[in-house]
Design a protein around this ligand. Structure first.
Ligand code: SF4
Ligand code: SF4
Length: 305
């Protein structure tokens, strides 16, 4: 008799296949909606809210007016410079169904654990052969903790390797419930200075740092540092991060992930301003200096995931 509640429901915004950067081997990644952080450089802004969200791609729009006709909230109007009044929109999704050019797309689908497992099964033979598995990502999977837990239990029932990409911002109780079902945790350390962390992510880092110590004692932990201009691309912050990483059980490597702007266009599709503005990428020479600093503290260091 299974101990998994396969009827537990949650909201995903994507299931990505054939990933090679999010855990060992070839991974299939369910992306969870909802995140308690609001990192200024976030490349998945469509993941922030737990509820589904409407994205509008003006380039694909042929101004047919079908969406305006079907919207029960009168939230769409060509007279509106933003096209959608997001205060009126209740995310019913009728407009996206009516749009024949995919200019409108609902990000976020409610699914049961059973439905997700049916999707994940399609790659089962591949990731068994390639030594891969499932990686929960988002968003923050721990935001939908019951759904995450039952999904992980179901994966383990099938004998699959499991990983999670997590901010570690969650109550201790949730960490204790979920991490027994996780083989590898991948996390970012964004800043140790609490003021820098709060100003750039919207939350205090104390819970995160405490949880990372806890998680490192429960499972294998991979630590990545997004290197963000004027946030942590300096010796003081990187040294503080290496000092903290010395407290983590089994962590001898840090990955420096250079700031990129891949998610910038998605902000416009959601009717949002890009918070990083025109911030330039971190020069290679500076990345090299920060890598040397990490290595001098006794860690292996790689630039990239
Ligand atoms: S999702 Fe529903 S309420 Fe929102 S704009 Fe589309 S049709 Fe209108
Ligand atoms: S249905 Fe699609 S293509 Fe037609 S006006 Fe609306 S967004 Fe544009």
């Amino acid at each position: 008799m299974s101990e998994v509640d396969y009827d537990t429901q949650g909201i995903l915004f994507n299931i990505q296949r054939y990933s090679i950067h999010d855990g060992p081997g070839i991974r299939t990644i369910p992306f969870f909606k909802g995140c308690p952080l609001s990192c200024r450089w976030c490349s998945n802004p469509e993941s922030r809210k737990v509820k589904p969200e409407l994205m509008y791609n003006k380039i694909r729009c042929v101004s047919c007016g079908k969406c305006e006709e079907v919207c029960p909230q009168q939230a769409i109007s060509t007279d509106n410079p933003y096209f959608i009044d997001r205060d009126l929109c209740d995310q019913c999704g009728l407009c996206a169904k009516a749009c024949l050019t995919n200019a409108l797309e609902m990000k976020g689908t409610r699914m049961t654990v059973a439905q997700v497992i049916d999707e994940l099964k399609k790659e089962e033979n591949l990731f068994r052969r390639a030594g891969g598995g499932i990686t929960l990502s988002g968003g923050e999977p721990l935001t939908q903790s019951e759904f995450a837990r039952e999904l992980l239990k179901a994966c383990k029932e099938k004998g699959w390797h499991t990983a999670i990409e997590t901010t570690a911002f969650a109550p201790k109780k949730i960490i204790k419930e979920i991490f027994p079902y996780i083989d590898v945790a991948l996390t970012d350390i964004k800043a140790i200075n609490p003021y820098v962390h709060r100003a750039n992510t919207g939350v205090d880092n104390r819970i995160i740092l405490e949880n990372l110590i806890r998680i490192s004692q429960m499972t294998q932990l991979v630590v990545r540092v997004p290197v963000i201009p004027d946030v942590n691309d300096n010796a003081e912050e990187i040294s503080a991060i290496t000092d903290f990483a010395k407290l983590l059980s089994g962590v001898d490597t840090l990955h420096l992930l250079p700031y990129h702007t891949y998610g910038e266009n998605k902000y416009a599709l959601l009717g949002l301003e890009y918070p990083m503005g025109e911030t330039p990428v971190v020069p290679e020479e500076k990345l090299g200096q920060l890598k040397t600093l990490v290595e001098e503290q006794g860690f292996h260091c790689y630039i990239g995931g």
